[in-house]
Design a protein around this ligand. Structure first.
Ligand code: G3P
Ligand code: CA
Length: 226
C-alpha cells in the first residue's frame, strides 16, 4: 500500500495561529511531508503569507492586504505575538526540513513567487497550488519543471480535462467532494490527488480509504497510514 503524504494546513493551524512561523514549526515537528501556506501581495509588492483578503480575522489590525505595506503588516499581531511572515521568512524556516505547498491566492504573483523561491535556493519539493488555474500556467511559463496543483472547490463535470489543460502533477479536492471514482479518474490521467481540509479522524480515514495520495489537515499528526 502506498504511503499517504501528510500536509500541514496553514502550517498546522490546529496547534498555533494559522500561516505563522509557529504553526509551520509545529507542522515540521509533526514530521509533515509538506507545509501548506497561503500567499498574497502587499501594496508595496512583498509576498506575504496570509489566507484572507483582509487582515481582520487573523490579526489585531484591519484592512486589505493589497492596500497595506509590508511595514504595516509586520506591526500586527497574528496571534500569540506571532507576525505575518513573508514568503522568504517561510522558505528560510523550512530550509531542508519539509516540502512546501504554496497556494497562490491572487492573480499576477506567479513569476515573483518563482523568483523568490529561486533566490532563496529552496531545494526541497515545492508544489505551486491555486484555485486560479491560469496562475498555474504562469508558473509553468517561468519554471517549466514546476510541480503544479489544480485546486477545485466544486468539481466540474470535465474536471480531468480542464485540469490537464494546465499541466499539473497534482489535484487538490475538497475532502467532501472526493469519491473513489474521481480519484481513480485522476490517477488514470497520471495525477496525484490530495484532499483538503480533513481534520476529524473519520474524515481523514475516509479520504485514505478512497486511495488519495495526500491529506491536508490542520491536525497533520492525525494522518495515519494503515
Ligand atoms: O490546500 C488547499 C486549501 O488550503 C484550500 O482552501 O481556503 O484553506 O486555502 P483554503
Ligand atoms: Ca490554502
Amino acid at each position: 500500500m502506498h504511503r499517504v503524504l501528510r500536509i500541514g494546513h496553514r502550517g498546522a493551524a490546529g496547534h498555533a495561529p494559522e500561516n505563522t512561523l509557529a504553526a509551520i514549526e509545529k507542522g515540521i515537528a509533526f514530521g509533515v511531508d509538506f507545509v501548506e501556506i497561503d500567499m498574497r501581495r502587499t501594496a508595496d509588492g512583498a509576498l506575504v503569507v496570509l489566507h484572507d483578503e483582509t487582515v481582520n480575522r487573523t490579526t489585531n489590525g484591519t484592512g486589505l492586504v493589497a492596500q497595506l505595506s509590508l511595514a504595516d503588516l509586520k506591526k500586527l499581531d497574528a496571534g500569540n505575538g506571532e507576525h505575518i511572515p513573508t514568503l522568504e521568512d517561510v522558505l528560510k524556516v523550512i530550509a531542508r526540513r519539509a516540502g512546501l505547498m504554496l497556494e497562490l491566492k491572487v492573480k499576477g504573483t506567479a513569476q515573483q513567487a518563482v523568483e523568490v523561491v529561486r533566490e532563496a535556493g529552496f531545494r526541497n519539493p515545492i508544489i505551486y497550488a491555486s484555485f486560479l488555474h491560469e496562475e498555474l500556467s504562469h508558473v509553468r511559463a517561468v519554471d517549466p519543471g514546476a510541480s503544479l496543483m489544480v485546486l477545485f472547490g466544486r468539481v466540474p463535470n470535465d474536471a480531468v480535462s480542464s485540469a490537464l489543460a494546465h499541466g499539473p502533477s497534482h489535484i487538490g479536492l475538497r475532502h467532501d467532494t472526493a469519491t473513489r471514482r474521481l480519484v481513480e479518474d485522476f490517477h488514470r490521467a497520471g495525477l496525484l490527488v490530495f484532499v483538503y481540509t480533513a481534520d476529524s479522524p473519520g474524515d481523514i480515514q475516509h479520504a485514505v480509504s478512497l486511495g488519495v495520495d495526500g491529506v491536508i489537515s490542520n491536525f497533520p499528526e492525525r494522518i495515519m497510514n494503515q
